[in-house]
Design a protein around this ligand. Structure first.
Ligand SMILES: Cc1cc2nc3c(=O)[nH]c(=O)nc-3n(C[C@H](O)[C@H](O)[C@H](O)COP(=O)(O)OP(=O)(O)OC[C@H]3O[C@@H](n4cnc5c(N)ncnc54)[C@H](O)[C@@H]3O)c2cc1C
Length: 387
């Protein structure tokens, strides 16, 4: 057992940290409040190879794993730049295409994802189905050489920034009559695909959308993989990277908040000569949050290591636990930091309250804390499903 990163991973961590700090939380908030995207940061991270660390080298990536991508997510978040689209484009879409796409799809999409010039977002959630993807209502119907998609998706992040959206639909299995999932790489400008922006209470340069698919006609080669049998394994292959990288983003955000608060409480004096951090009522909650963040980081490391070793089932358990732990720890850390800063905690200038919406959402998305607890109860504790 080792808790050390390799020297390459250490270098990656230092380099991403330096990049994140050059932009910083002020840049992230400024972009969000102006309704703009973090285009410069994304482009630079892409040029430096950080967005493609987990993509195979033959398609322009770094040839690393989810461990490396988690480092990128955590360090950018620790610099105050938690980029949700890292979880969607390099983690989910690139993994699904690299593992299950056709050779043509790999060649067409992975180099752009690796250098950051292209983004593919991910659409699974639906207004009716919610957490229960077995009830997906977006239907794909074969029509000659094409597929025709109809349905509704909600809360889809980054559609306005992406060239394609990976749509999870369902088709009818001709042998069983049952419905089964199929994934399509749909151009965001496809005829019949429209969107409307949701107003979210999150300070974020990334937006969420309702997506309407009305007779969206796409050619057969947009179906991920060689056949419909690819759908289910392709969908599942995106889940572990999603949970691990979103957990890493949460851990980074927690570190950022605790660091901001610790700097403040170590120097702020309101009662004579002592810093407010000398009072345990201030320092213990911060120390407690630091413990929770560090525990989450340990589980993230375990999940990423298992995933990169090809131990997908074990990585599934660890990845869910890591996501749960990091989601809770990040929310605790940001809330504790706001409290420790007093009034300053609620200002934009001190840059912690600006993360309240994001960490709150991190307990709901991309998988809610309740659905993780359901997963653990069923798969680890052997409990019966209630639904
Ligand atoms: C900021 C943000 C970004 C997002 N980005 C994307 C994206 O890019 N792509 C995408 O596809 N989706 C995205 N989502 C959607 C997100 O994945 C869903 O919101 C999430 O999975 C929960 O689904 P729901 O909102 O339909 O909640 P519901 O399924 O309606 O659930 C509501 C509440 O009930 C609880 N609940 C439901 N069923 C059970 C049960 N059986 N047992 C216990 N509790 C239960 C849930 O945990 C939740 O707290 C995003 C959401 C947010 C907030």
């Amino acid at each position: 057992m080792t808790f050390d990163l390799t020297s390459e991973q250490d270098q990656l961590r230092d380099a991403v940290r330096a990049l994140g700090r050059r932009y910083g939380h002020g840049y992230f908030v400024e972009k969000a409040k102006a309704g703009e995207h973090t285009t410069e940061l994304w482009a630079e991270a892409g040029r430096l190879g950080y967005l493609g660390v987990n993509i195979p080298t033959e398609y322009g990536g770094g040839g690393g794993g989810i461990t490396e991508l988690a480092i990128v997510c955590e360090e950018l978040a620790a610099a105050g730049c938690p980029l949700l689209l890292l979880v969607v484009s390099p983690a989910i879409a690139a993994t699904v295409i690299a593992r299950h796409g056709t050779e043509d799809q790999r060649k067409r999409h992975l180099p752009g994802l690796a250098d950051g010039s292209a983004k593919i977002v991910f659409a699974i959630t639906e207004p009716e189905a919610g957490s229960n993807f077995h009830r997906l209502g977006t239907v794909a119907r074969r029509d000659g050489d094409d597929w025709v998609l109809n349905g509704r998706k909600c809360y889809i992040s980054g559609v306005d920034e992406a060239g394609h959206v990976l749509v999870v639909a369902r088709t009818e299995d001709s042998s069983t009559g049952k419905l089964k999932p199929a994934l399509f790489i749909v151009p965001t400008d496809a005829a019949g695909l429209t969107r409307s922006k949701l107003d979210m209470e999150i300070v974020s340069p990334e937006n969420q959308f309702l997506l309407y698919l009305d007779d969206v006609r796409v050619p057969a080669d947009t179906l991920v993989g060689e056949s419909l049998d690819t759908g289910l394994p392709a969908l599942f292959s995106g889940l572990n990277p999603e949970r691990i990288t979103v957990a890493a983003m949460g851990a980074g955000t927690g570190r950022y908040a605790i660091e901001r608060a610790s700097e403040y409480t170590a120097t702020r004096k309101v009662w004579g000569g002592r810093s407010i951090g000398s009072h345990q009522g201030v320092s213990h909650p911060l120390a407690h949050a630091a413990v929770q963040v560090e525990l989450a980081r340990l589980m993230i490391q375990k999940a990423a290591t298992l995933y990169d070793a090809g131990r997908d089932l074990e990585a599934g358990v660890a990845g869910n636990m890591a996501k749960y732990a990091a989601g809770e720890a990040a929310a605790l850390a940001v809330d504790t930091a706001v409290q420790a800063l007093g009034g300053a905690g609620m200002t934009t200038e001190y840059g912690v309250a600006t993360l309240l919406g994001a960490v709150r959402a991190g307990r709901i998305a991309p998988v809610s804390r309740e659905m993780i607890l359901n997963f653990v109860a069923q798969h680890v504790l052997g409990q019966e499903k209630s639904y």
